[in-house]
Design a protein around this ligand. Sequence first.
Ligand code: AMP
Length: 503
Amino acid sequence: MNDNFYNLLQSKFPRDGSQPCLETQHVTHSYADLEEEAGRCANALRQAGLVKGDRVAVQVHKSPQNLFLYLGCLQAGLIYLPLNTGYTRTELEYFMADAEPGMVICDPGKLQQVSGIASRQKHIPQVRTLDAHGAGSFTDAARSTHSKGETVTCTKDDIAVILYTSGTTGKPKGAMITHGNLQSNGLVLHRAWGWQKDDIMLHALPLYHVHGLFLGCHLPLLNASKIIFLDKFDTDLVIRELPRSTVYMGVPTHYTRLLGNTDFRAHICSNMRLFTSGSAPLLEKTFTEFQERSGHTILERYGMTETGMNTSNPLSGMRKAGTVGPVLDGVEVRIVNDKADPVADGATGQLQVRGENVFKGYWRMPEKTAEEFTADGFFKTGDLATMDNDQYISIVGRSKDLIITGGLNVYPKEIETIIDCMEGVTESAVIGLAHADFGEAVAAIVVRDDSPDPITETDIISSLKRNLANFKVPKKVVFMASLPRNTMGKVQKNFLRDQFNFE
Ligand code: AMP
């Protein structure tokens, strides 16, 4: 039995290899091309001396070759380690020292820097290049090998990918994701989202994150579907390609940007079957406005690097705004208080998950791993959540975002939801800032819309006072032109906490 995830993918590829697999703005690759190219990558990695379990660190721009390389790593039983293209020298140094890759593949523009870092490592990795158009020394090596790759035997427990988590607190941790994790989550989502024979995926996400790599690529590949592959999210391009697509996976900022473009109208989406959203909370305002403008109801789901997807609004049935839906098949969730007891229905607590989707642990951090799991095998997500009577879950914040002011707990989401609905507000982020009296006090960072009569701090505070207990009302409101977000659309609250104070 070979549980290498590539084996499963390959078993789903169409019999007719000439069927289109990846279509970029310039070129179309068939499924036969994909198989051949993945085989060449696997062989090039083997020829370089890499053996099962070795890490291949990859910091490159999105391209079809980037996907071939990923599949080649899976096939060769190597551990794929994608790195955000935005990472700096210091971060790269840390990742290389921590993961000890056998090979680093980078953009030619970074060759000098990466080679410099590599030469100072205890275990010096080989360095190859791959540019945004798929050219480079790695591609040259792959071209000179043959295209039939042998799929190395792996168990479900073997590591397929290491993804470093954003690390907003402490050092980034490498989440070890196994072939079994990829298999279970891929199959569960393929079923849950009702993939159909003629589905065409429009892919505008990066490939270094669980969303764009696992969801955005695995699901269409498991379905032998065509992927319209965009280098990056671009509103005009997405609007141009939507009419010939059926599935789109976005982060909330994609949807707000589409709504901000007057060319985005219902007829553009008439071929579409499914829009999904995740990686960050989707504002109820965006959900409703999108429904009105496009005639489609966004399906919001929730997951994380360490767990893959845990919950999803249903394909058929009610998709509730502001919720991430019920738990997916094969995943168990529970919401507990500080004493690890289940909270009452509707109450807020910490979300824990268990299932085949949950990762194996943090790379070379057994103690950190042990801390993050309960004795009965649940992973502590660090997310605060509630569950309604229909078992739909809402994420109300991260536990580290929980504000404790004068000993009372404040969940930022509760306040953000009210502010976001105020006339004149585009969006908001609520944070806790150090305060001499209260330990921490609530502050709101607000982005105003362009109305001629801008909403003021007094307007916001007096309106909140009508809705909320006093301790939850921000002691301060600051206006910003936009909220700082990372590429996955997450608001970087740590930046806000560093930037503002009560002095
Ligand atoms: P990452 O590991 O980068 O995928 O980040 C995972 C985190 O993103 C989760 O722990 C949540 O805090 C957040 N997240 C993902 N999806 C959602 C969602 N639909 N709504 C709210 N938060 C989300």
